[in-house]
Ligand binder design. Structure first.
Ligand code: ADP
Length: 498
């Protein structure tokens, strides 16, 4: 069953239930009201008659003495269309006493024989000579003894009420049928209207699937209701898919481009060696290019695995200062042939929860970039501190800086600014280092920012939440604070520069 059919069915069923309930209620209330009016006429008549009648003792022997009812003239008090009968109860047997003129035709037949002898006022229905009657039987009680002396029965025909009820029933049933039919038509129309935009979405999705046209967007002129929101989310999703698709295409193009250069170099060297025999320089070139490709593949593999969540990072308490010290020691070796002043600014031990190897990757990438993009004679300053919540690491250089337009893009994969390509023609980077750095920082719930001025230098700032030890927590021995190592490092950095 389609959604439209189901909606139609639900609407129609709901409306049918409501209409039937409403019809039944109208019928019942109308009938009650009409019978209520009749009942009050009957009560009024019976009250007038009993109030104006008297009980007289019949002289005789023995006790209790019989009482006779002296009735008020029945026709005087009866309302129009109301039949009245009076009955005496002698020895628990009803004896006909009198009736109003209009009830003479009944003779001594009671209006409702089953109710005679009742000690309380009671309403009943009875059919006499094929005429349906509403009857009120009221008792006549001797007040001194509480004995039932007689019954007055007042009745009226129910024909008018029955006829009116029947007509009302026909009207209610006819309008029910009509309303149910109308409700079905309306609900079909409404559900059709409500589902038209969904059909459009289906068609758009089908056309995208068929033609691979990611430019398709849906137009919505209606209000920003549920469907409006669905369409806006659909369009946003299409935008995102389109963006991801183009990123993917660019990514593949970039990888191909990056691989082409070393492959061409390797092919050239092999051709040379084939022609002139193996020589050490060509072999070195081939080795360098192979190493370059290996680095690229490793970086790509890591980012790809990070993307699909294939890398699990286990965060354990770590002294970030010891990571920085290790990376700085390596950086110093890397920059041994360069005229660079690498030194520490404010530097204090800070403990975070992190992954040692990944943090090393982060800090090395920042330091390597600083070394790479700072000309000889420049300065690189590393600081490490904290505020109440975060460890703060900065790597500041006085290098070529980054243009404003590039700042937003340097964390994108394969992005390398024009200035850095010019500065570094034999750049062995691929534009992946900062993407990896960003991923590492985010995996540590931290942030990475850069402030830079072209030709004056850049400052990369990393913040990572501080580690808050639980009470009585044991600190593993290899991660004890590195206070003693900081002065040694300062000395090493400064000593070498001299
Ligand atoms: P790579 O260094 O391999 O080119 P990265 O992702 O590490 O790739 O950096 C991307 C780009 O950001 C670099 O190519 C360079 O243009 C710019 N960049 C990064 N660090 C610095 C820096 N310290 N000074 C100037 N430019 C930088």
């Amino acid at each position: 069953m389609t959604i439209r059919q189901r909606l139609t069915l639900y609407y129609a069923a709901l409306l049918t239930i409501i209409i039937i309930m409403f019809g039944t209620l109208t019928y019942v209330v109308m009938r009650w009201t009409m019978i209520g009016t009749i009942d009050s006429t009957l009560v009024e008549t019976a009250t007038l008659i009993t109030n104006n009648s008297r009980l007289l003792p019949v002289p005789g022997f023995g006790a209790p003495s019989r009482m006779e009812i002296e009735l008020a003239p029945l026709d005087l008090f009866r309302a129009s269309g109301v039949y009245v009968q009076a009955w005496e109860i002698v020895d628990d047997k009803p004896i006909f006493k009198e009736s109003s003129l209009n009830a003479r035709g009944l003779g001594t037949n009671a209006l409702d024989p089953t109710m005679l002898g009742h000690h309380e006022s009671v309403f009943s229905h009875h059919t006499v000579n094929n005429v349906a009657l509403r009857i009120l039987t009221v008792p006549i009680i001797q007040s001194s003894s509480g004995r039932l002396v007689g019954n007055i029965q007042v009745a009226t025909e129910l024909e008018t009420v029955n006829r009116a009820s029947k007509q009302l029933l026909i009207v209610v049933l006819a309008s029910c049928v009509f309303a149910i039919f109308g409700a079905m038509m309306l609900s079909m129309w409404f559900s059709h209207r409500a589902l038209v935009p969904i059909e459009h979405i289906t068609q758009a999705a089908a056309s995208i699937a068929g033609t691979n046209d990611l430019n398709t967007r849906l137009r919505w002129k209606g209000p920003p209701d549920e469907l409006g929101k669905l369409i806006s989310v659909f369009n946003q999703m299409m935008g995102r898919i389109q963006h991801l698709f183009s990123v993917q295409q660019r990514f593949v193009a970039d990888i191909s481009h990056e691989l082409r250069t070393p492959l061409t170099a390797i092919q050239g060297n092999i051709a040379l060696m084939k022609r002139y025999g193996v020589d050490a320089a060509s072999l070195d070139d081939v080795e360098t290019e192979c190493q370059r490709m290996t680095r690229l593949v490793n970086d790509l593999l890591m980012l790809a695995r990070a993307d699909y969540g294939g890398i699990t990072i286990s965060l354990t308490p770590i002294d970030l200062d010891s990571v920085v010290i290790e990376c700085l020691t390596q950086a110093k070796i890397l920059a041994k042939d360069r005229q660079l002043d690498i030194h520490l600014g404010h530097f204090q031990p800070v403990r975070i929860k992190g992954d040692y190897e990944r943090l090393k990757q982060l800090v090395s990438n920042l330091l390597n970039n600083a070394i790479k993009f700072t000309p000889d004679g420049g300065e690189i300053i590393v600081t490490l501190g904290s505020n109440h919540e975060q460890a703060i690491l900065t790597v500041k250089d006085t290098g070529i800086g980054i243009a404003k337009a590039d700042i937003e893009r340097i964390f994108d994969r394969f992005y390398q600014s024009e200035a850095s390509r010019v500065h570094h023609t034999d750049n062995e980077g691929f534009g992946l280092g900062l993407s990896i750095a960003k991923w590492v920082v985010e995996a540590h719930h931290g942030t990475i920012n850069v402030s830079s001025e072209p030709k004056h230098g850049s400052t990369f700032t990393v913040t990572i939440p501080l580690y808050r030890p639980q009470q009585d927590e044991e600190i593993p021995p290899h991660q004890r604070p590195t206070r003693t190592r900081i002065p040694a490092l300062r000395k090493m950095l400064e000593g070498d520069d001299e």
